[in-house]
Design a protein around this ligand. Structure first.
Ligand SMILES: NC(=O)c1ccc[n+]([C@@H]2O[C@H](COP(=O)([O-])OP(=O)(O)OC[C@H]3O[C@@H](n4cnc5c(N)ncnc54)[C@H](O)[C@@H]3O)[C@@H](O)[C@H]2O)c1
Length: 362
């Protein structure tokens, strides 16, 4: 990568923090982060690079036209990775409005700002500029049987979150078709790894285990997700950004399909080896001798998709990306990280509703 700046929106969130670390560890380019620091963003996620002069942080909203224009003019990035979004499906059920504002309007604002930026840039910078829009397998909706979605699958989003991401995808695609805007779209499956907000399944279950609290499983727990370790996703995004064709769309999945209930059991098993239940005082107080005894059925999520599964064949065949971290290895790394970062968990929860049940639409 040349030493031209790369701009990462949402760089203080879960995937953003892992991506920024990868860029700084393995690249030389300045990394400019634009993040609103909502409940899901935390500047402490980037603390390790506080003294690295290549990391430049802007506390800003993707909807703020003036500030986004100013950031683009100041740093003249030739690469942009757009991660900033509202991301929790349950929250989108309770209140879709921030999802519309950030995920749809914010993406539109960023696209327009980039077009203005490109008009002002010289022909060579214009030629090199790439915009990577990070989307989700949820835009395809629930996938029946043992089918997998390739990039040509029709959109059928079922939650306000998925619908807002699908709308943003359409805008990005339209900007490429209409204006030859050099955008690439990736659609990944469920990520897991360090820095994920405790409102999401894996950290939520893990922290509830440690505190001896119920492990809520929505509905019958039979919903199937494909678990992608965050480092594999970050490598996939960078592969698409640096090697992908403008206008191309790439799915990124791991092929690690698991029902939610099986995932909860898996977390209990890994935790048992790292922090045995017999040594957990909170569990003893509840009269439980195994983590799995804490599993409880919870009301299902309205509109809950039964199964997601994407085909990553295009990025594998065309760009040589491969998923390299197995579910077991990724889970062990993730759980170890959370065990070693309990203060981070406290802070992340203090910024939000902790692990309160949301999105029942009652
Ligand atoms: N986590 C997953 O499993 C997953 C799967 C598929 C796609 N994605 C996509 O990847 C991206 C990142 O996901 P994540 O899990 O890291 O999310 P996250 O919720 O952990 O982080 C989102 C970040 O965006 C920032 N942000 C929110 N609104 C903003 C705004 N208006 N302006 C600027 N910054 C704003 C937040 O402060 C936060 O730092 C999202 O676009 C999401 O849709 C995530």
């Amino acid at each position: 990568m040349r030493n031209e700046a790369i701009l990462v929106t949402g760089g203080a969130g879960f995937i953003g923090a892992n991506l920024v670390a990868m860029l700084l560890e393995h690249g030389e380019a300045p990394v400019v982060v634009l993040d609103l620091l909502t409940y899901a963003g935390n500047q402490a996620n980037l603390a390790e690079y506080r003294n690295d002069g290549r990391l430049i942080f802007h506390h800003a909203d993707v909807n703020d036209t003036v500030v986004v224009d100013r950031i683009l003019a100041a740093h003249r990035p030739t690469r942009l990775i757009h991660l900033a979004a509202e991301t929790h499906v349950d929250r989108s059920i309770d209140d879709p409005e921030p999802f519309i504002r950030t995920n749809i309007n914010g993406t539109y604002n960023l696209l327009q700002a980039c077009r203005r930026h490109l008009k002002a840039a010289g022909p060579s910078a214009r030629e090199r500029f790439r915009f990577l829009h990070v989307s989700t397998d949820e835009v395809y909706g629930s996938v029946d049987g043992d089918a997998v979605c390739n990039e040509a699958a029709p959109f059928a989003p079922n939650s306000p979150y998925a619908a807002s991401k699908a709308a943003a995808d359409h805008l990005v695609r339209a900007f490429h078709r209409t204006y030859r805007f050099p955008a690439i779209i990736t659609r990944c499956s469920n990520n897991f790894g360090p820095y994920q907000n405790p409102e999401k399944l894996i950290p939520l279950i893990l922290l509830n285990c440690l505190e001896g609290l119920d492990l809520p499983v929505y509905g019958d727990g039979g919903q199937v997700r494909d678990w992608l370790y965050v480092d594999d996703h970050c490598r996939g995004m960078l592969t698409a950004l640096l090697e992908g064709e403008p206008g191309a769309e790439y799915n990124l999945g791991a092929g690690n399909l698991s029902s939610n209930l099986a995932m909860v059991h898996r977390i209990c098993d890994v935790l048992q080896t790292l922090r045995p239940a017999g040594e957990n005082e909170s569990l003893r107080r509840r009269g439980a001798s195994t983590y799995a005894e804490l599993i409880r059925k919870a009301p299902d999520r309205p509109g809950h998709d039964r199964r997601y599964a994407v085909d990553s064949g295009r990025i594998e065949a065309e760009l040589g990306w491969r998923c390299s971290v197995s579910l077991d290895r990724g889970l062990e790394r993730t759980i170890t990280w959370y065990l070693e970062h309990r203060n981070w968990c406290e802070h992340a929860q203090a910024q939000s509703d902790g692990r309160k049940r949301l999105g029942t639409a009652t």
